[in-house]
Write a protein that binds this ligand. Structure first.
Ligand code: PLP
Length: 390
């Protein structure tokens, strides 16, 4: 029999770890999961009710590929009000999560062999998506506190560079790019004829420093930027799968055409829910943010007491990226092995730095309750002090 030929791809390491945690939990083990990239809050009630109403009203069919007009108009209003970005609804496409928006943006903006610049540590999905579309990811390696500087970008630009990916606040470091650097990065992009994809999914979760959309700096950079955002993180809507991209008409038209041949629209019901999220949920966003800040402060205070590790306090998002300074050399040769041992011995899940192209670290998510965080951190401390004795 002839062999089946097929293409294979790497599974998202965070999703793979989550599957493992769920397996252990199904065996009745009490696993503390600090690996999650999603808020533990319930989607606010008003949003849920809007979805129920959409079903009752019969909004259960295909919508325009780019999304319902009302939602695109609401996104345009949000971008104008919160991000100082003026887009017509026709310059916006609603996608199946921001993940799909990113994939379509990479697909449209790069060709096989083109180079896409991105800073590491970075979210694994960017790298895989860039490879899937045939382009080449080129890393800009950052050191703590992981704040991207224009000079670092400049060093990596080649004649093949076509796209610069920005993610601020960043996953997994929580770092926010300073406005002064954003301005210089924008100048570089214009001068070198680069497209910019700006993933702004954590924009609402900024605790210190200030968030700016690069496209809002001036018209020249706006003309070459695709701004990506979504509802998953800000509104605790990960399962609803709504994200969007805003950018120059021709690029957005190409993304819509691509989407028309892949998924068509995202769920009609989710779109009505997302509309209600934008219309009247400022308070729930603020409440979640206040809670995240409390958790961040708690986690930072507790981690600061541990001398075997170091970290830069995150300015945004809901992760701390922790350096395993002293512990690695002793018992575990890699952060991946270290994280496996932590899970095996103490039933605490965190994501190893290898998943973010930055070995020697782990990512701890504080998108869990204070009680869960407290238990997780105390198990982590036990693990470290047991390692010291070996
Ligand atoms: N961008 C970043 C930086 C993320 O961390 C994630 C999810 O973890 C996403 C995008 C994807 O979010 P969505 O649920 O909108 O696809």
């Amino acid at each position: 029999m002839s062999k089946l030929i097929y293409r294979s791809f790497s599974v998202s390491p965070t999703l793979a770890l989550d599957t493992k945690v769920k397996e252990l939990q199904a065996q009745g083990l009490e696993v503390i999961n600090l690996s999650l990239g999603e808020p533990d809050f319930a989607t606010p009630d008003k949003i849920k009710l809007a979805a129920i109403k959409a079903i009752k009203n019969g909004y259960t069919h295909y919508t325009p590929t780019a999304g319902i007009k009302q939602l695109r108009e609401a996104i345009a209003r949000k971008l104008a009000k919160e991000n100082h970005l003026n887009y017509r609804p026709s310059e916006i496409v609603v996608c199946v999560g921001s993940k799909q928006a990113l994939f379509h943006a990479f697909f449209v903006l790069s060709r096989p062999g083109d180079e896409v610049l991105l800073a590491t540590p970075t979210w694994n999905t960017y790298v895989e998506q860039i490879k899937i579309v045939g382009a080449k990811p080129v890393f800009i390696p950052l050191k703590p506190p992981f704040k991207l500087k224009a000079a670092q970008v400049a060093k990596k630009i080649s004649s093949k560079t076509k796209v610069l990916l920005l993610n601020s606040p960043a996953n997994p470091t929580g770092a926010v790019i300073d406005r002064s650097e954003l301005k210089k990065i924008a100048q570089l992009a214009v001068r070198n004829n680069l497209s910019v994809i700006s993933d702004e999914i954590y924009e609402k979760l900024v605790y210190s420093g200030q968030f700016f959309s690069i496209a809002s700096l001036n018209e020249k950079i706006k003309q070459r930027t695709v701004t990506i955002n979504g509802f998953s993180k800000s509104f605790a809507m990960t399962g609803w799968r709504v994200g969007f991209a805003a950018g120059p008409t021709k690029i957005i038209e190409a993304m819509i055409a691509l989407q028309s041949q892949t998924t068509s629209n995202t769920s009609s019901i989710s779109q009505w829910a997302a509309l209600s999220a934008l219309d009247n949920n400022d308070q729930s966003v603020e409440k979640m943010k206040t809670e995240f800040k409390k958790r961040k402060d708690f986690v930072i205070a507790e981690l600061s007491k541990i001398k075997e590790i170091s970290f830069s306090p995150p300015e945004g998002a809901f992760y701390v990226f922790v350096h395993l300074e002293k512990d690695l050399k002793k018992d575990y040769p890699s952060s991946e092995k270290w994280c496996q041992e932590l899970l095996a011995k103490k039933k605490v899940a965190v994501v190893p730095g290898e998943a973010f192209f930055c070995p020697g670290f782990f990512r701890l998510s504080f998108a869990s309750s204070l009680k869960v965080l407290n238990e997780g951190l105390s198990r982590l401390k036990d693990f470290l002090s047991e390692n010291l004795k070996h």
